[in-house]
Design a protein around this ligand. Structure first.
Ligand SMILES: Nc1ncnc2c1ncn2[C@@H]1O[C@H](COP(=O)(O)OP(=O)(O)OP(=O)(O)O)[C@@H](O)[C@H]1O
Ligand SMILES: [Mg+2]
Length: 399
């Protein structure tokens, strides 16, 4: 490419044209990735895969097939069965036991995935948690895309800029045209996961909320709008997962205050470690500062705030930063680490996660290397909730 040394003036019109061109290009790329309609289909699971998800062996599966369990599809006698996602979740529900169900009267847990730094896998982690909790633990999950970039929405096969209207997002709650969020959840291709999508209209929240601070009564708590709007949904869902933007915006503040717990994905490089320091300072100023403003008796408390070390490359400098993180944050570091793999990168370039491809045809090693820690992350998160719901510390599988 030749270096263009001609002096240029970039006018507003030129900027408009650039914005239009980039918008058109992104739409083209998204549309071609998300073909054909319906944009996204849920995967099917082989009997072997389903046995491993349920923690049962072949004999047990054959026994349960004789009971009331879904039969799956078999192309001929003696052939391997395949099960739809819906059938697979029914198997999980039937094998995990009633004692693992969220007890009546216990509310769903709200987990915000947050870090003010960009590109640390907030969206991937949110997706994995939503899909994994629905699949591996038969949980009912609501995922909220609170990032105007709309990556989570795209992962569900929806173009956030062309197909989502402002009134399908959380915005009507923010501008008071809806009293809560019961209007918003939409079904998705992934059984058990509902979505409140995002669109660029979400940027408006950054004007609406501060304007309300100035015009409304002094008791208006701009940071609790989302939490209040979620309250009627909490008996209906086991989990609400919130994917947030990489900024300390009014919406991100609402995500943090709506959350019972926070997962902070961190990539182990020096810059990310440095920006973590900023995250904790801002976050603790926020929690303590808002308590003072509200003059309320209660300080916001969280069930847990955990760091997820993610995208760990094989190189040794990353191991050093990983050690700093563990030394600094101790028990707040989740006992599972997500490696950097090209498979995770490729799947997300296609707006999918590894959970979308249980029948991956490539290297089993590569697949297991990323899937195994994701499964573990999902299981750890569910164990924590089980404890908080008072249903014991040995959840999951029959085996
Ligand atoms: N385990 C992994 N190994 C390698 N690449 C990964 C892995 N997980 C995610 N990625 C890649 O990292 C990039 C960032 O991921 P993601 O979009 O989830 O981050 P994010 O924190 O949500 O970003 P943003 O701050 O822009 O919202 C994506 O391009 C994705 O392909
Ligand atoms: Mg994101």
């Amino acid at each position: 490419m030749e270096l263009n040394m001609k002096p240029v003036v970039v006018s507003g019109d030129e900027l408009n044209a650039l914005a239009e061109r980039s918008g058109r290009m992104l739409k083209k790329i998204r549309d071609s990735m998300l073909q054909p309609f319906p944009r996204k289909q849920s995967p099917t699971f082989t009997s072997g895969k389903l046995q491993s998800i349920c923690g049962i062996d072949k004999t047990r599966m054959n026994y349960l097939l004789g009971k009331d369990f879904p039969q799956g599809f078999q192309s001929g006698k003696g052939r391997q069965r395949t099960f739809t996602l819906e059938e697979s979740i029914a198997w999980v529900k039937g094998t995990i036991g009633k004692d693992q169900q969220r007890p009546q009267g216990q509310l769903g847990k709200v987990i915000a995935v947050a870090n003010f730094k960009g590109g640390v896998t907030k969206t991937t982690t949110s997706m994995i948690l939503a899909q994994g909790l629905a699949l591996r633990h038969a949980r009912k999950v609501l995922i909220i895309d609170l990032d105007p970039q709309g990556s989570t929405t795209t992962f569900f096969g929806i173009n956030p800029h062309a197909e989502v209207e402002a009134d399908q997002t959380v915005l009507p709650l923010i501008d008071n045209s809806q009293p809560d969020l019961t209007f918003a959840p939409m079904q998705t291709y992934w059984t058990g996961v509902d979505l409140i999508p995002s669109s660029t209209d979400l940027f408006n929240a950054e004007f609406i909320l501060p304007a309300k601070v100035h015009s409304e009564d002094p008791s208006f708590q701009f940071w609790n709008v989302l939490r209040n709007g979620l309250i009627p949904l909490l008996p209906m869902y086991d989990y609400v997962i919130i994917d947030s933007a990489p900024t300390l915006s009014y919406l991100t503040i609402n995500a943090l205050f709506a959350a019972d717990s926070i997962i902070v994905p961190v990539v182990p490089d020096t810059l990310s470690f440095a920006s973590m320091v900023q995250f904790w300072t801002l976050f603790s100023d926020l929690v303590n500062g808002l308590k003072d403003i509200s003059k309320g008796p209660k300080q916001k408390v969280f069930d847990y705030i955990d760091i997820l070390i993610t995208r760990i490359p094989a190189k040794s400098s990353a191991q050093m930063v990983r050690d700093w993180i563990i030394k600094t944050y101790g028990d707040h570091v989740l006992p599972v680490e997500i490696p950097e793999t090209s498979l995770a990168m490729t799947t997300s370039a296609e707006f999918a996660t590894v959970y979308d491809m249980p029948n991956y045809q490539g290297s089993t090693n590569a697949y297991e290397r990323i899937c195994e820690p994701y499964d573990r992350l999902v299981d750890i998160v569910d164990s924590k909730s089980c404890l908080l719901w008072g249903i014991g510390d040995t959840p999951t599988k029959e085996k």
